[in-house]
Each structure stands twice: as structure tokens, then as C-alpha cells.
Design a protein around this ligand. Structure first.
Ligand code: URA
Length: 241
């Protein structure tokens, strides 16, 4: 089971939480509370002023009530999971998210099944678009391990752009920072199919390990283990313009 990491961005009064989430008025919600129809984390409560966090399990007459508002999540994608809402072969990243209707979340920039690291998911389609559209030039940083040594001239080749097999346009300028003979950080502002692997293939090398560390100003939280996730803070959400 994925561990649920949270910043309590959504901590709010229970009556407000219920009203905003379900559309019932505060007065109606208070009546339901009074009748013992609401439970929080397994305990029936009549306290309208109780402060609930985003990870609380809130039930109304036994049915789960989602936290109100859009959801913004960072997940540490483990190997072996696909960035898809539905897949016949591999488990999906959304299966790691323990929220109702997690399969309706937008996956902002997909990673290959064998790539690990930061995946952002949201219910806000416009926000997802700002991350994935090359027009917004959101930098995505990948830590890459290669089969062969990475030559210095690769820095300029990545900066100039490379022609990838069966594509008509050069890749956009990418930053390559060589960390050691076989390790580098690559920053891309676009997300073509298998792009990092194909860029290294274009210079005669092979990627043997790939991990996404950050997307724009949002860095993978080092407190997360593979398979774990947490909600984004307000500052992280607002960093995507
Ligand atoms: N580039 C790749 O080749 N694979 C990924 O998963 C992400 C970027």
C-alpha cells in the first residue's frame, strides 16, 4: 500500500469541507452532523468546527467525500509502473494513488516503464497543459546513467539540438551537465517519445538508468520512497505559470 505523504494544505473546518465538496449548504451539513451521518477517520463526529486534513477519510452516510478543490500530487514513480490511466500489461501510476477517481487525474509528462522519479498528477487540465506544452518551456531535469563514457562535445551537441530517427525537427536546446564518466543531468523543455534515450542513442551512447528529479521549480521530495506520494504545497502549485 502506498504511504500517504501530505502537507496539510487542505486543512479546513469540517462543515466547510463537506459543503464545498458536496454542494449541500452549511445549514444542511450541520443537520447531517447532528444526526450522526458523518464520520472522520472511522469516528462519527458532530463537531462542525473540527479541522480536517486532506488525508482524512470523511464519510457521509457511509460514502467517501473527496477533499474540495483541484488536486495536485507528486508521486515517486517506481520502476515497472506505466504512466497511463489504464494498461493491460503493467500496473499504472494511478493505481498508487489512494483517492476516489484517481484514474481521472491528468498525468503531467509521462515516464517510460523503466524510468523512475517525479511524476505530477492533477485534476486541473490547464495546469497539466502548462507543464507539458513546450511553449511554456518548463524544464524537466533527468539524472542519466550511460553504458559508455559521456564525451565533453555532447554538451554542445545537446545545446545545438539533435536530429532523432524518423523526426523532421531538431530537438530544442537541452542542457547537459556531466557529473562523472557515466552520469549526467539533462534538462529538457519538451517531451518527445523516449527523448533522453533517443538523444543519447543519436550520439552513439545508451541510457542504462533514468530518473526524473524535477519539473520546473518542483523537486522530488527526498522524504518520499518509490511508490509514495504527497499533495503539493500552494507554493509548488503556484510555481507553474
Ligand atoms: N526520456 C526518455 O527517454 N524516457 C523517459 O521516461 C523520459 C524522458
Amino acid at each position: 500500500m502506498a504511504l500517504f505523504y501530505l502537507w496539510f494544505r487542505l486543512k479546513m473546518r469540517l462543515d466547510k469541507y463537506l459543503s464545498q465538496s458536496t454542494g449541500f449548504s452549511r445549514k444542511e451539513v450541520k443537520k447531517m452532523l447532528h444526526k450522526g451521518m458523518i464520520s472522520v477517520d472511522g469516528e462519527v463526529t458532530k463537531d462542525a468546527s473540527l479541522h480536517v486534513a486532506a488525508d482524512a477519510h470523511v464519510l457521509m452516510e457511509g460514502y467517501p467525500v473527496e477533499p474540495p478543490g483541484d488536486k495536485y500530487i507528486m508521486l515517486y514513480k517506481p520502476e515497472g509502473f506505466v504512466c497511463s490511466n489504464d494498461d493491460g500489461t503493467h500496473p499504472t501510476v494511478v493505481s498508487l494513488i489512494e483517492l476516489p477517481r484517481a484514474d481521472e487525474l491528468h498525468i503531467c509528462g509521462r515516464l517510460d516503464v523503466d524510468t523512475t522519479g517525479l511524476v505530477l498528477l492533477t485534476s486541473n487540465g490547464k495546469w497539466a497543459h502548462r507543464i507539458t506544452s513546450p511553449k511554456h518551456k518548463t524544464g524537466k531535469v533527468y539524472r542519466v546513467e550511460t553504458a559508455d563514457p559521456i564525451p565533453q562535445e555532447a554538451i554542445e551537441q545537446f545545446e545545438t539540438g539533435l536530429m532523432l530517427a524518423s523526426e523532421r525537427f531538431r530537438t530544442k536546446p537541452a542542457r547537459l551537465e556531466i557529473l562523472s564518466e557515466h552520469e549526467a543531468l539533462v534538462t529538457l523543455t519538451e517531451g518527445r517519445y523516449h527523448q533522453v534515450k533517443r538523444m543519447f542513442a543519436a550520439i552513439g551512447n545508451r541510457v542504462v538508468g533514468l530518473h526524473r528529479e524535477s519539473v520546473g521549480a518542483i523537486e522530488l521530495d527526498e522524504m518520499l520512497e518509490p511508490g509514495e506520494y504527497r499533495f503539493l504545497s500552494d507554493a509548488e502549485v503556484e510555481s507553474v505559470q
